[in-house]
Design a binder for this molecule. Structure first.
Ligand code: BT5
Length: 320
């Protein structure tokens, strides 16, 4: 009901309580109650005895009604679950993904203003204070499980593009899932999946972007290596616009991936790469390897050339 009221308030400068009540088939008192609810979550609505209600400003909240208005995707983000605070959007998305049969469609989005237990890879912590974008997308790709790393790379390309469109900032991708500005991390991606031998049951892509955050809010040991878009730009960024742009870019690249056009996505990834051509040390779980990052292959693995000339393929790891 509150959403319907918002729709009418967006269309005209002033709308009377009587007109709203008639259009929605409710009493004027019920309209007033809905207006109070909207005010409580940050909408500024003024009222004039003769003219009615007027929407003055909207909160910078990632509310479904704000994101979905003007969102031009076909299915990504068409169904949305919004939380002012939760543990982790990936946790909720994984729970939702189990209920595909009950109408949790491909593209379902979980989004939160802040997370109390945001997750990075390998159970690392992801700090998610108010002012960032913390979201997860549920997918059911008919692809082989080996495609999982390509989904992470494709998400990074979509994020770099969205950041560029909304802020003009040229960010870079550190293989496999970090997005950097001036060598500092602004965004991370966590892709999780459930699969059987050769089919994927579901994939959850989680992405966190530091938008309007002061990096000094993070624990001291990571402050030096973190940045937000606000800090890089020296002004606040409209988060709703950035979410919409990211979802649109995400859908575009995901469609390409499904059409098996990964090579062209990889071409773009390489343009934004922070890693290729650099001497790196990579933690690959059981050991640390050193060498030059010379390429990313068709399955998204990093090719490292060791000092003795040996080439190794790193499917998953962390660059130190
Ligand atoms: C990642 O892991 O970079 C994946 C982050 C994914 C976060 C999103 S938010 C929405 C969704 N829901 C979740 O619970 N997670 C996803 P990794 O490559 O393992 O990097 C983790 C490391 O990044 C930590 O150990 C810190 O050093 C650093 N870090 C933590 N929070 C950060 C932040 N907000 N900005 C930059 N660096 C951060």
């Amino acid at each position: 009901m509150a959403n319907d009221i918002l729709k009418f308030l967006r269309e005209k400068e002033y709308v009377s309580g009587e007109v709203l009540a008639k259009k929605l088939g409710i009493s004027r008192v019920a309209v007033w109650k809905q207006i109070q609810k909207l005010k409580d979550i940050g909408y500024r609505i003024i009222s004039d005895q003769n003219l009615g209600y007027c929407l003055v400003s909207r909160p910078d909240l990632l509310l479904p009604q704000e994101i979905q208005i003007g969102l031009s995707t076909k299915y990504i983000g068409k169904e949305m679950y919004y939380f002012p605070k939760l543990k982790s959007t990936n946790i909720i998305a994984k729970e939702k993904a189990l209920h595909r049969a009950e109408g949790i469609d491909e593209g379902t989005l979980i989004i939160a203003e802040r997370q109390s237990a945001g997750k990075g890879r390998l159970s690392r912590e992801w700090f998610s204070p108010v002012g960032g974008i913390w979201l997860s997308i549920v997918l059911y790709p008919q692809l082989s499980p080996s495609y999982i790393s390509r989904i992470t790379l494709m998400t990074a390309v979509a994020a770099v593009k969205a950041i560029k469109i909304c802020t003009q900032i040229e960010s870079q991708i550190k293989w496999p899932n970090d997005i950097l500005i001036n060598e500092k991390k602004v965004c991370g991606i966590l892709t999780e999946m459930s699969a059987e031998l050769d089919i994927i049951n579901w994939v959850v892509v989680g992405i966190g972007i530091n938008v309007n955050i002061d990096h000094r809010e993070f624990p001291e040991d990571i402050q030096e290596n973190t940045i937000s878009l606000k800090e890089a730009l020296d002004k606040e960024v409209l988060r709703v616009k950035l979410v919409q742009t990211f979802l649109q870019e995400f859908e575009k690249y995901y469609e390409k991936l499904k059409r098996k056009e990964f090579p062209s996505i990889l071409g773009e990834w390489k343009l934004y790469s922070h890693t290729l051509g650099k001497k790196i040390r990579a933690d690959i779980g059981e050991r640390i390897v050193t060498g030059e990052a010379i390429d990313i292959n068709e399955s998204g693995a990093l090719i490292l050339k060791k000092e003795d000339g040996e080439l190794i393929e790193i499917i998953s790891g962390t660059i130190i």
